[in-house]
Design a protein around this ligand. Structure first.
Ligand code: TGC
Ligand code: FAD
Length: 397
């Protein structure tokens, strides 16, 4: 069990901005993580093991596709869903990643771009955690610029034949279905060559997933490379509503939004641990290290930034619930909150001294996880450029 128990972080009565339902959802998720993930996460992290035993309990709590309506989904508001991802990432970024991918990157595209048959087949099973999914956009040679992708889907009679490589794919080798983004030749509809989404069952001949080993980050999450060699799927596996790069980018908005809340959770975990430690740990004159100004400056910086990050993501969530959010708002929340969480992890690690590098405490794990979170779903610098393009009207990619 962890040496220090989490007590929550709320400096300016943030809870007063939440309604009863929102607080209930947050508290339920918090208790679930405290009871089920916190006791096993350090062992999972050491072993590089995804805690698959938590899939069914998380499904039972409505965590998958939580903000979708119908198909048995919980129909949570965006703020409620965000509070769930905050608590998940307070436990571990890898577990939040799993839920983000299942919900925002697999269920959402089926919900938004799928046929009725695809929705009825996949959404209830994904919601219950009976089927798992992954999202293949990034390729070995195209990460920040997915528009350059080489994966191709060729129409052959009533089938598509897919070829290509996808890289750094969360849940790749445990997925039953992969949402694969590939370029399709001009189909005579006047759109020319365009990117479209496909549902690829992972047991189809020619589909392979190989795990990436040796990660020092997100060790409790499965990350894989995918290879598709002449994978034949029926034409009914095309996501009919998908059209162009805009479609996968719409999915990324959903996932980036969840990450913006999740990062607050990771920051809270680090800050609260460092605060409690600093009050217990004594060095000079038998007084706690929290009595020194340099330590207080770090704690004050963290609570200040966490509080600003909470307000930023709550406003973005409220805009999303009102149907008014724009993708640059989500970029600002993702960029700021992940940077803030990484800085909090570094400062907290420092406050714990040598103990900060040991897994008796969660800080080093969060710090290592957040290095990936800073890179995936659009790197920090790509989000800088998205905000820059929004305010100047000039693309600088
Ligand atoms: P660009 O010409 O700017 O845009 C193409 C079309 O898309 C529209 N658009 C968006 N629509 C919705 N949401 C967004 N966020 C959008 N951004 C752009 C745009 O208006 C345009 O529409 P239209 O109608 O004119 O066609 O495209 P570009 O090729 O210049 O690229 C822009 C850029 C660099 C911002 C984009 O490619 C990007 O975001 N790159 C980052 C890639 C990325 O984030 N990859 C993530 C992979 S998945 C992942 O990491 C999962 S991690 C696991 C986990 O979540 O836990
Ligand atoms: P690159 O694009 O090569 O960027 C390298 C550096 O160059 C970065 O610092 C970047 O900011 C900078 N750079 C690039 N272009 C510019 C520019 N125009 N101006 C200034 N700087 C620039 N992808 C998926 O599709 N599905 C997943 O499930 C998934 N899961 C992931 C899980 C993990 C653990 C990780 C680490 C990644 C995952 N990814 C996934 C991939 C992730 O989205 C990419 O790593 C990310 O988009 C960055 O791409 P890249 O790694 O190729 O870096």
């Amino acid at each position: 069990m962890p040496a220090i128990k989490f007590r929550g972080v709320d400096f300016i009565d943030f809870d007063g901005l939440l309604n009863d339902d929102e607080r209930l959802v947050r508290d339920t998720a918090r208790k679930f993580i405290e009871d089920n993930l916190v006791p096993i996460i350090e062992e999972c992290n050491r072993a590089g093991r995804f805690p698959r035993e938590l899939v069914k309990p998380m499904a039972d709590l409505g965590f998958f596709g939580a903000s979708l309506n119908g198909y048995g989904c919980a129909g949570m508001s965006n703020v409620e869903y965000g509070l769930v991802t905050q608590e998940l990432e307070r436990g571990d970024s890898g577990v939040r990643s799993f839920v983000s991918v299942q919900s925002a990157l697999v269920m959402y595209p089926i919900y938004a771009f799928g046929s009725d048959e695809q929705k009825n087949t996949w959404l209830p099973a994904l919601r219950k955690g009976e089927k798992l999914g992954c999202f293949g956009l990034t390729e070995p040679n195209f990460g920040s610029n997915p528009g350059g992708m080489r994966a191709r889907a060729m129409k052959v009679g009533k089938a598509y034949v897919l070829n290509g490589e996808k890289m750094w794919i969360t849940s790749g080798s445990i997925a039953d279905v992969a949402v694969i983004w590939a370029k399709v030749d001009d189909e005579g509809d006047g759109k020319g060559e365009t990117i479209r989404g496909f549902l690829v069952e992972t047991d189809r001949p020619g589909f392979k997933a190989n795990d990436i080993h040796g990660k020092w980050s997100l060790r409790a999450s499965v990350t894989s490379g995918l290879s598709l060699q002449d994978v034949r799927i029926p034409e009914s596996n095309l996501l009919p509503g998908s059209s162009g790069l805009k479609s996968p980018l719409m999915c990324l908005n959903q996932a980036r939004y969840g990450i913006s809340w999740g990062a607050v959770g990771a920051a809270m975990a680090c800050y609260d641990c460092a605060l409690q430690y600093s009050l217990l740990r004594k060095q000079f004159r038998n007084e706690p290290i929290a009595s020194h100004q340099l330590v207080q400056e770090k704690l004050a910086w963290m609570i200040n930034e966490i509080t600003k990050a909470q307000l930023l993501v709550l406003q973005v969530g409220r805009l999303k619930d009102a149907g008014k959010v724009q993708h640059q708002h989500i970029s600002m929340a993702k960029r700021n909150n992940v940077w803030m969480a990484l800085e909090c992890a570094r400062l907290s690690r420092d406050i714990l001294g040598a103990n900060g590098v040991a897994d008796d405490y969660p800080i080093m794990r969060h710090l290592m996880n957040l290095e990936s979170v800073k890179t995936y779903e659009g790197t920090h610098d790509i989000h800088t450029l998205i905000i820059g393009a929004s305010v100047t009207g000039i693309d600088a990619f």
